[in-house]
Design a binder for this molecule. Structure first.
Ligand code: BGC
Length: 364
């Protein structure tokens, strides 16, 4: 790396959401010496999770607008060729910074390397591109996300008084580094229980591209394979959780078998209110978008910011300057916090069918 390497001392910046500028103009970030910021963002798809269109796009727009910078947010709709085409178009159109949520590390790396070679600053948004070259990585503490899921499932199984539960796994996409981190997190809670025979490990599958429809088929096969004996489902996000719930419903098992999730989607929150989902993990995407936007703008101005933290890229071996925000476990009794945070509205969640459950959960 260039001289003036970023310090890695944790200085508690994240607690306040603040970032400090090093303001070292003598060695600006590649090709971004005091340009007028124009930020390109490539979102991955709109089906693996509702968040990309309903939260990330909204909060990124909010951050860019309040900073008064130009931006272009596009969605690759899970198409790797389109992902590269969008990146090329954005680079040609003169973006000063490119923020990507990769579809896999291979195509992500190609895009990042190309941007770098053209003097465009780069940020890995939410997903780390393994072996990549992004100048920053902005995400949540994803191992903690998984840990909250493992603890949540365990709590719900205890609350239901299930003894020696058989636990099935619906992992995220095998090409998403986050899915690896989520699994490391929930394994840290559940594997000791499998090892001690307190729990029994049931079927486990990774869901390609987090495809919710495929997850339905996969979970149906898991249930068949387990002869109907699945007592808890560690589903890596709300979409996969909903897929499992749809099959549990077909078998009159919904509400009896706790299912986890992630993203605090409207559907996930409603599944919790209905008693079909045990918990979800809320990630304050507004903060994620704001942190990424601040960094992208600084890069355009030729500034470097000390994020106070790095993440080691296990493939490239690089210490990537990072912002990692804190996730929060959500159960029926604190769904109101997600609404209070402006992530979803009461009107979206508390439709007629959920009015009573909402009132019971103290959502007013
Ligand atoms: C994100 C999750 C999301 C999943 C599927 C992950 O990389 O961190 O929030 O549910 O991708 O889109």
């Amino acid at each position: 790396m260039r001289k003036g390497i970023l310090t890695i001392a944790a200085v508690g910046l994240l607690a306040t959401g603040g970032l400090t500028a090093c303001g070292d103009d003598s060695s600006p970030e590649s090709g971004s010496s005091a340009k007028t910021p124009k930020i390109g963002v490539i979102l991955p798809d709109s089906k693996s999770s509702a968040r990309w269109e309903t939260a990330d796009r909204r909060f990124l727009e909010e951050a860019f607008k309040s900073a008064g910078v130009q931006y272009d947010i596009q969605n690759a709709q899970n198409d790797k060729t389109a992902f590269q085409t969008i990146a090329d178009q954005m680079i040609t159109s003169g973006v000063t910074a490119l923020m990507i949520v990769n579809l896999d590390s291979g195509t992500g790396k190609a895009v990042l390397d190309k941007a770098k070679s053209q003097g465009v600053a780069t940020i890995d948004y939410d997903r780390l591109t393994l072996g990549g070259s992004a100048q920053y990585y902005v995400s949540f503490d994803n191992e903690t996300v998984g840990k909250l899921q493992g603890e949540g499932l365990s709590k719900c199984l205890t609350d239901k008084g299930v003894k020696n539960p058989v636990v099935a796994y619906l992992n995220g996409s095998p090409t998403d580094n986050n899915a690896t981190l989520f699994k490391a997190g929930y394994d840290s809670v559940l594997k000791p229980k499998f090892d001690s025979k307190e729990y029994t490990k049931g079927p486990e599958d990774s869901v390609p591209a987090w495809d919710n429809a495929q997850a339905t088929t996969i979970f149906e096969q898991q249930l068949t394979k387990a002869n109907g004996k699945i007592d808890g489902v560690l589903a890596a996000n709300d979409g996969l959780g909903n897929a499992a719930i749809s099959i549990l419903k077909k078998n009159n098992l919904n509400g009896k078998v706790p299912v986890t999730g992630q993203d605090a989607s409207t559907e996930g929150l409603q599944n919790i209110l209905a008693g079909d989902q045990c918990m979800t993990v809320y990630k304050a995407v507004r903060e994620e978008a704001k942190a990424a936007s601040d960094l992208a703008i600084a890069l355009a101005k030729g500034e470097r910011k000390d994020t106070g933290q790095t993440v080691k890229d296990p493939e490239g071996g690089r210490d990537v300057p990072s912002v990692l925000l804190t996730p929060k476990a959500i159960y029926k009794d604190n769904i109101k916090d997600v609404i209070a945070d402006g992530y979803v509205t009461k009107e979206e969640v508390c439709t007629a069918a959920f009015a009573k459950a909402c009132a019971d959960a103290g959502i007013s």
